[in-house]
Write a protein that binds this ligand. Structure first.
Ligand code: ADP
Ligand code: MG
Ligand code: MG
Length: 911
C-alpha cells in the first residue's frame, strides 16, 4: 500500500475541534446533502434522505478529512477512533442491538463514498459483525439459517478480498466447486448446509493467505474495514478512474457505516437499483432492475441477470408504489434525474443511496429539455446539465446495414449508444495489445461474461464492449456510458468461455480476431464487419439546447480543416471559420506528391520553381473549395510547416529497394533515380526533425515555396470573390521565434498579394499573422505583433517546446508521471494552465500592447477540450479552433464558460 508521509515536523495527529463523524438516523442527520466535500456523495445523500424522513437504515459517516489524515500519517488518529466509537454506541442504542454480540446482533455495512461517484471503484463490505457466534444468533432469530450462513459467507468473501487482499478467484473456486458438487445452477440453490461447508472452506482460504484466522472480534472487523476503505482510495483502479475523469487524487473518500437491512431473507425480500428516467435515451420512464432474495452487489455484478422493475409492480404492488413515490420526490428535490439503490426486507422498503444519475449525451440533452418543460429547472440551468464532451454522442456513427447482409447473433441491452465494429478480444490486456494506446490502430471489441473494474484499461482502448451477463446498471454499462463508448450488455444468448477463448452463439463459435459489429442503440450483436454511417448533428433537441446556450457565447469557435469536405462538415457543426488549414496535407495527394518530390529534389532554384509551378494550380484548387465552403467566414492558412523529408520515402525502404534491384536487375534505369533520391534523403536527414528545418525556416531558406503558396491563396481568393463569395484569407506563418523571421515571410506574402491583386484587377481583405508555438515567440510577442496581425497559439507544439517533451515519444514517460502524480493530466490533452497557459496569457497581453486589436486564438488539440476552452475564454482569446467533430463540444464549453461568469454559477466541470 502506498501512503505518502509528510516530513516529521508537519505531522499532526488531528485538527482540534474537527467533527470527523456525522450521524444519521431516527429521522435526523448531522449532515446534509450539500456536504459532498466532507461526507462524499453517498454520505451526503444518506443524510439528505434521512432528513427528508425517508426510510434509510441509520448509521454514520466518517468524513473525508479522516481519509486525508490517514493518507498523510499512514494511520487513523485517536480522535477519529474516539468519535467513531461514540457514534457506534449511539447506533447500538438506537437499534437496540450491540455490534456483533448477543442474541440480536447489530450488523453493519462499511461503504466508501467520495465526492464524485466512482462506480465500482471502491468496495463495500456487507454483514460486518458476523462471526462464528453471531451467525448462529442470526440464524435463530431470523428462523432462516440459510440466510444467516449466506450472509456470513458473503462477509468472509468481501472482507477477505477488500481488507485482507485475497484474490477473488480464491473464493470463487470454492463457491463454484460447491455449486458443481451440489448440482446447483444458481447461488440461491445452495442450502444452509452447503453454505456452512462453504464458510469452513472460506476460513481455510483466509488462513492460507494471511496465516491468521478470520477476525472474530467485530470491533476489529470494523476498524480494519474502515482503514481498508481509506487505502482503497489509492488503489490503481481508483487512481486510473480519477485520471480519466479528471478528479483530484487529494480529495479522499468518506466511509459510511450503516445498519444492515437484508434483501436475502427469502422471496419477500430483494434488492435493486434504478433511475427515475431512462439513462440511455432520456425518456421519462421509471427505469430499474431488481432481484428477489439477493444482497448488495448481486444486481450490478451480473452474477444473476436481474428482472425489470415493472415486475416488482406485479409481485409487491405497494412496495413498488412507495418506491415510485419516494424516487419521484427525490427527483423533484434534487431537480435532477436520480440513480437510486433500494433493498426490501420482508416486504419493507429501505433506501440505500441516491445520486444524480450518469447518462448518455442523448439522455442528458433530453432530460435537461424535459425538466425545463416540466418547470423543474430554468433554461440557464439546463445549459449546465450537459457536459460538453457528451455532445459527442450525437456524432457517433450508426451501422450501415444496406450494403452488407445483416445476421443478428443476439440482442442484449442497449447499454451505451453508437456503433462499434472490431475484432473480438477476450481480455483487457489483449485489447491493449491489439488496439494500442489511444490511437485505435486495430479496432477491437472486448467480449466478456461481465466486466470488472480490473478491465478498465482494456475498456478504454476497445471500440466497443459486449457482455453476456449484467444489466443496464452493470459495470460495463455504467462505465461505457461515462466514456461515450458503444456497449451491448447482458446478451444472454452468448456464451463466453474465457478459458478456451471462445464465444458461442446460435451454434457458431467465434474466436479472438473474428469480426463483429455492435449496435449500442438497439442492443444488437451482428456477425462480421459492417460499415458505419456518419451521424446526424441536426437532432431537434440538440439544436434546442444549443439555441439556449449560444446567446451566452462570446468566443468564436472555428475548425481545423484542410480539405473542402472537412470544411463543409465543420460548417454543419457550426464552425465560424477555419482556424487552421494545413497546406502540407494538400501535398500528400497522389497527383501532387510527385511534383512535391521534384521540388524537393531540385538542385537549383530554377528547377525548384518549375516544380512549384506545377503545384500552384493544384493548391489553388484546394483553397478555392475551402473558401467557398466557408463563405463569409475567415480561413486561416498556414504556410508549409513539416520538414521536407516527410514527403520522401523512408531511407530504409529505399535501401531495400535499391539492394533488390541491384541483385535482380542491375541494369534497371530506375536505379540511378533511386540512388539520387537516397542521397537527397540522407542530406535531409535530421537528428531531431521536430526542432529542425521546418516551419518558417523552410520558407526563409526556400522563399519560392512561400511565394507559390501565397500566390495560390490569393489567386483562389480573387477568383472566388469574383464569383460573389465573401472571402477572408488569413495567412499564418508557423514556428517563428523572432520578429525578423516574421517580417521576412510577411514581406513575401504582402508582395505576392499586391502582385496578384494588380494582375487580376481585384482586391480581397486579408491578414498576415503568426503561430506562437515557441517559448521565445511568446516572450517577444510584443515585437512579433509589429508584423503579425493575428496570433494563433499552436498549443501542440507550444506544449512540446515548453515542456521539452517530444509529443511522439512522451508515452515512454507519461504513464509513470501520471501514476506518480508528477503531472495531473496529459498536457497534450488538457492545456497546462500553469506553464503553457501562462505563456499564452502573457503573449496575448504583450501582443495586444503593441496592437490592441490583435486577433488571438488557439488551434491545437486543446481547442476542443472543455477545460482548455474555458481557460481560453477566461484569458480573453477571440476564438478556439478544433477538429470538426469537436466543434459542438467547444461551442457548448465556450457558452458555459461565459454563462457561468455571467450567471455567477459554478460550471461544474472543473473538478
Ligand atoms: P457502490 O458505491 O459500489 O454502489 P455501495 O456502498 O452502494 O457501493 O454498496 C454496494 C451494495 O451494497 C449496494 O447494492 C447497496 O445497496 C448494498 N448495501 C450497502 N449498505 C447496505 C446496508 N446497510 N444494507 C443492505 N444493503 C446494503
Ligand atoms: Mg451504490
Ligand atoms: Mg506547429
Amino acid at each position: 500500500m502506498a501512503t505518502t508521509t509528510l516530513p516529521e515536523t508537519e505531522i499532526h495527529e488531528s485538527k482540534p475541534g474537527t467533527k470527523y463523524v456525522y450521524f444519521f438516523g431516527g429521522g435526523k442527520a448531522d449532515g446534509n446533502g450539500k456536504m459532498k466535500d466532507d461526507l462524499g456523495g453517498k454520505g451526503a445523500g444518506l443524510a439528505e434522505m434521512t432528513n427528508a424522513g425517508l426510510p434509510v437504515p441509520p448509521g454514520f459517516t466518517i468524513q473525508t478529512e479522516a481519509c486525508r489524515e490517514h493518507m498523510r500519517q499512514g494511520k487513523t488518529s485517536a480522535e477519529v477512533n474516539r468519535q467513531m466509537d461514540e457514534a457506534l454506541k449511539k447506533l447500538e442504542t438506537l437499534q437496540g442491538q450491540p455490534l456483533g454480540k448477543g442474541e440480536n446482533p447489530l450488523l453493519v455495512s462499511v461503504r466508501s463514498g467520495a465526492k464524485f461517484s466512482m462506480p465500482g471503484m471502491m468496495d463495500t463490505i456487507l454483514n460486518l459483525g458476523l462471526n462464528d457466534q453471531t451467525v448462529e444468533a442470526l440464524a435463530k432469530r431470523s428462523g432462516n439459517p440459510r440466510f444467516a450462513y449466506d450472509s456470513y459467507r458473503r462477509l468472509i468473501q468481501m472482507f477477505g478480498n477488500v481488507v485482507l487482499e485475497i484474490p477473488k478467484p480464491a473464493f470463487d473456486e470454492v463457491f463454484d466447486a460447491k455449486k458443481k458438487q451440489k448440482k446447483a445452477k444458481l447461488d440461491t440453490d445452495l442450502d444452509a448446509k452447503a453454505l456452512q461447508e462453504v464458510i469452513e472452506e472460506y476460513k481455510k482460504v483466509v488462513k492460507k493467505h494471511t496465516k491468521a484466522d478470520f477476525p472474530q472480534d467485530p470491533h476489529d472487523q470494523l476498524t480494519m474495514a474502515r482503514d481498508a476503505v481509506f487505502h482503497s482510495w489509492l488503489n490503481d483502479r481508483a487512481k486510473h478512474y480519477r485520471r480519466i475523469n479528471n478528479i483530484s487524487d487529494d480529495l479522499g473518500t468518506a466511509v459510511n457505516v450503516q445498519a444492515m437491512v437484508y434483501g436475502n431473507l427469502g422471496d419477500t425480500s430483494g434488492t435493486g437499483v434504478g433511475f427515475t428516467r431512462n439513462p440511455a435515451t432520456g425518456d421519462k420512464e421509471f427505469y430499474g432492475e431488481f432481484l428477489l432474495n439477493a444482497q448488495g452487489e448481486d444486481v450490478v455484478s451480473g452474477v444473476r441477470t436481474p428482472v425489470h422493475i415493472s415486475e416488482l409492480h406485479k409481485i409487491m404492488p405497494s412496495v413498488y408504489d412507495q418506491l415510485r413515490d419516494i424516487t419521484t420526490r427525490l427527483e423533484k428535490h434534487y431537480k435532477d434525474m436520480q440513480d437510486f439503490e433500494f433493498t426490501i426486507q420482508d416486504g419493507k422498503l429501505y433506501m440505500l443511496q441516491t445520486r444524480n444519475g450518469k447518462r448518455t449525451g442523448l439522455a442528458a440533452v433530453r432530460v435537461a429539455i424535459q425538466m425545463v418543460e416540466e418547470g423543474l429547472i430554468t433554461k440557464e440551468e439546463a445549459i449546465f446539465r450537459v457536459e460538453p464532451n457528451q455532445l459527442y454522442d450525437f456524432l457517433v456513427p450508426r451501422l450501415d446495414e444496406k450494403k452488407t447482409k445483416v445476421e443478428v447473433l443476439a440482442t442484449g441491452l442497449p447499454a451505451s449508444p453508437g456503433a462499434a465494429v472490431g475484432q473480438i478480444v477476450f481480455t483487457a490486456d489483449e485489447a491493449v495489445e491489439k488496439a494500442g494506446h489511444g490511437n485505435q490502430k486495430n479496432p477491437v471489441i472486448l467480449v466478456r461474461a461481465e466486466t470488472t473494474p480490473e478491465d478498465i484499461h482494456g475498456m478504454e482502448v476497445a471500440a466497443g464492449i459486449l457482455t453476456s451477463r449484467g444489466g443496464m446498471t452493470s459495470h460495463a454499462a455504467v462505465v461505457t456510458r461515462g466514456m461515450g463508448k458503444c456497449c451491448v450488455a447482458g446478451a444472454g444468448d452468448i456464451r463466453v468461455d474465457e478459458k478456451t477463448r471462445e464465444m458461442q452463439v446460435k451454434g457458431q463459435v467465434f474466436k479472438a480476431g473474428d469480426w463483429i459489429s455492435l449496435d449500442g442503440t438497439t442492443g444488437r450483436v451482428i456477425k462480421g464487419k459492417l460499415g458505419t454511417l456518419p451521424p446526424k448533428a441536426d437532432d431537434p433537441e440538440l439544436l434546442k439546447l444549443m439555441s439556449w446556450s449560444e446567446p451566452f457565447r462570446t468566443m468564436k469557435v472555428r475548425a481545423n480543416a484542410d480539405i473542402p469536405r472537412d470544411a463543409i462538415q465543420a460548417r454543419a457543426f457550426g464552425a465560424e471559420g477555419i482556424g487552421l488549414c494545413r497546406t502540407e496535407h494538400m501535398f500528400f495527394g497522389e497527383e501532387k506528391l510527385p511534383h512535391m518530390r521534384a521540388m524537393i529534389l531540385a538542385s537549383t532554384e530554377k528547377e525548384r520553381r518549375a516544380a512549384l509551378r506545377k503545384l500552384l494550380p493544384l493548391q489553388r484548387k484546394d483553397f478555392d473549395g475551402v473558401f467557398r465552403a466557408m463563405d463569409g467566414f475567415p480561413v486561416t492558412i498556414r504556410t508549409l510547416d513539416p520538414p521536407l523529408h516527410e514527403f520522401l520515402p523512408r531511407r530504409e525502404d529505399l535501401l531495400v529497394e535499391i539492394a533488390v534491384l541491384e541483385a535482380t536487375k542491375p541494369r534497371s534505369p530506375k536505379l540511378k533515380g533511386l540512388r539520387s533520391l537516397l542521397q537527397r534523403v540522407e542530406e535531409l536527414h535530421e537528428f531531431n526533425p521536430m526542432l529542425g528545418h521546418r516551419g518558417c525556416r523552410l520558407g526563409i531558406t526556400y522563399p519560392e515555396i512561400t511565394e507559390m503558396q501565397a500566390r495560390a491563396i490569393f489567386e483562389a481568393a480573387v477568383a472566388v470573390a469574383k464569383d460573389g463569395v465573401k472571402v477572408h484569407p488569413e495567412v499564418m506563418i508557423p514556428l517563428v521565434a523572432t520578429l525578423k523571421e516574421t517580417a521576412n515571410q510577411a514581406a513575401i506574402i504582402h508582395r505576392v498579394a499586391q502582385e496578384v491583386f494588380k494582375e487580376k484587377g481585384k482586391k480581397v481583405d486579408y491578414m498576415v499573422g503568426t503561430m506562437i508555438e515557441l517559448p521565445r515567440a511568446a516572450l517577444v510577442a510584443d515585437e512579433i505583433a509589429k508584423e503579425a496581425q493575428f496570433f494563433s497559439f499552436g498549443t501542440n507544439d507550444l506544449t512540446q517546446t515548453t515542456f521539452g517533451f517530444s509529443r511522439d515519444d512522451v508515452n515512454k514517460v507519461l504513464p509513470t508521471y501520471l501514476a506518480e502524480g508528477i503531472l495531473k493530466q496529459d498536457p497534450f490533452a488538457v492545456l497546462d494552465r500553469e506553464g503553457v497557459g501562462q505563456l499564452i496569457r502573457m503573449a496575448t497581453e504583450r501582443g495586444r500592447k503593441t496592437r490592441p486589436d490583435l486577433k488571438v486564438g488557439i488551434c491545437g488539440e486543446h481547442g476542443g477540450e472543455p477545460s482548455s476552452v474555458e481557460f481560453c475564454y477566461q484569458i480573453g482569446l477571440n476564438y478556439v479552433s478544433c477538429s470538426p467533430f469537436r466543434v459542438l463540444t467547444a461551442r457548448l464549453a465556450a457558452a458555459q464558460a461565459a454563462a457561468s461568469e455571467k450567471l455567477k454559477v459554478e460550471g461544474g466541470r472543473t473538478k
